[in-house]
Design a protein around this ligand. Structure first.
Ligand code: GUN
Ligand code: FE
Length: 421
């Protein structure tokens, strides 16, 4: 049996992208780890459950970081002077090469796990490096933290320094298979996800081997797609004959049950393919600004029916603070509307809050809402440090909390009904 309790506070969540629901001074009921509903008064049948009093605090669904790089956390906030391909060579690859050393990896991943545990994130999809021992150590720390999500041991066999390339496609696939088996044996909260870094890092032979693994172990895929103009041109040179970048993944079944980060410059046919395959796009606005990649056409993707979540993409993005990623998304979409495409209206705050919760959450199952039957992932926030003389409603307090996240206090975080702080 998982946890059952009643929690009191100002309850806020989004069932749909157009509306924020609130029950001020309400009761959120957790029954066996699942949400049993939000009530203005505690129903008789729940009155004997343990009671957690968070009166005056905001209680909202925890956020989901759909794309980040654990081995880049150590240099977050640095190296913002280059564009993607040079940035990978100058900063990402040299740092990731250090994870060959399990002692270094242990220290860095411990710091990463502690930061993620005390962040606003409940579940995540994260990249590791290609080193199996370090990737398993990361999963071990994350499993112990109470957080949930996917970790991907990286696959690369071309266009990177020798010490970051697997010796061959066969060797990479064998390593990935052994790693998937170890993950499935050892962990329950942290699951494996097949992770070709991006098309320029993975030969066709490697992609073909990864497709077989995906089918054999029924695991999802994560990668990068259409992030910059230079990258897209490179992919088209590497894969002659493809109509667009997404096709280089689709050839190997890599868009099904998959999450693709960025999609800043999609072609219409690419968007249609993502919709048809049900691929989720992880929008990573901070990273796209820092690496000067651009602003993704999120309104166009949403209108076409593509599934969307949000990602920090640390360390392209500087911070794992997903509340800031929500407000960045709103802000950049306004700039996009003003400066690029006046026919695509800016995103609204509820739409983006939805994307960060129920939108991304759908990748993990029924997650990201307080509707009945959803897994209970929640944050309890104290906003008393955000002093004001204005009388605020609960939705206003939520909006302000997201814009001013640095001054919030995270009182508790529940993942799958379990308090983890
Ligand atoms: N494309 C391939 N690798 C990376 C990475 O580490 N970060 C980002 N932002 N894009 C990538
Ligand atoms: Fe990334």
């Amino acid at each position: 049996m998982k946890a059952s309790f009643v929690l009191k506070g100002h309850i806020v969540w989004c069932d749909t992208p157009d509306h924020i629901q609130t029950v001020p001074h309400g009761y959120l009921v957790c029954e066996d780890g699942l949400c049993a509903g939000v009530f203005q008064e505690i129903p008789q049948r729940y009155q004997s459950l343990p009671f957690k009093d968070y009166s005056g605090r905001l209680v909202l669904p925890a956020l989901y970081d759909m794309h980040l790089h654990a081995p880049q956390f150590a240099y977050r906030g640095l190296g913002m002077d280059l564009e993607l391909i040079d940035w990978l060579q100058a900063y990402a690859f040299p740092e990731e090469a250090k994870y060959q050393d399990l002692d270094y990896a242990g220290r860095a991943y411990r710091a990463f796990t502690e930061a993620l545990k005390t962040s606003f994130t409940a579940r995540f999809c994260c990249f590791a490096t290609l080193h199996t021992p370090a990737s398993l150590l990361l999963a071990e720390y994350l499993e112990a933290s109470g957080l949930q999500g996917y970790v991907g041991k990286l696959n690369m066999d071309r266009n990177a320094p020798e010490d970051l390339c697997e010796l061959s496609a066969d060797r990479a696939a064998e390593d990935s298979e052994a790693w998937i088996q170890a993950m499935q044996e050892r962990f329950t909260r942290i699951k494996p996800i097949i992770t070709p870094r991006f098309v320029p890092s993975c030969s066709d032979a490697l992609m073909a081997r990864l497709e077989k693994l995906k089918d054999k172990y029924v695991v999802p895929v994560q990668s990068h797609l259409s992030e910059t103009h230079d990258e897209i041109a490179w992919v088209k040179r590497l894969s002659p004959g493809i109509k667009h970048y997404a096709e280089a993944y689709d050839r190997y079944g890599m868009l099904d049950n998959a999450i693709m980060a960025h999609v800043v410059y999609p072609e219409d046919a690419e968007i249609e393919l993502l919709r048809m395959r049900g691929t989720m796009v992880a929008h990573c606005p901070s990273s796209n600004a820092n690496l000067r990649s651009g602003i993704a056409p999120v309104r166009r993707l949403l209108s076409a029916g593509v599934k969307m979540g949000l990602g920090s993409d640390v360390a392209g993005g500087e911070s794992i603070d997903m509340l800031r990623i929500v407000t960045n998304t709103v802000q950049f979409s306004k700039l996009y509307w003003r400066m690029v495409e006046p026919s695509e209206p800016a995103l609204t705050f509820p739409e983006v809050f939805y994307m960060a919760t129920k939108g991304g959450g759908s990748f993990f199952g029924k997650c990201g809402s307080f509707e009945e039957g959803y897994m209970l992932d929640a944050l309890v926030l104290d906003d008393t440090k955000l002093r004001t003389t204005v009388d605020l409603t609960v939705p206003q307090r939520l909006e302000r909390a997201l814009y001013l996240s640095g001054d919030l206090k995270l009182v508790q975080k529940f993942v799958d009904g379990q308090p983890i702080l």
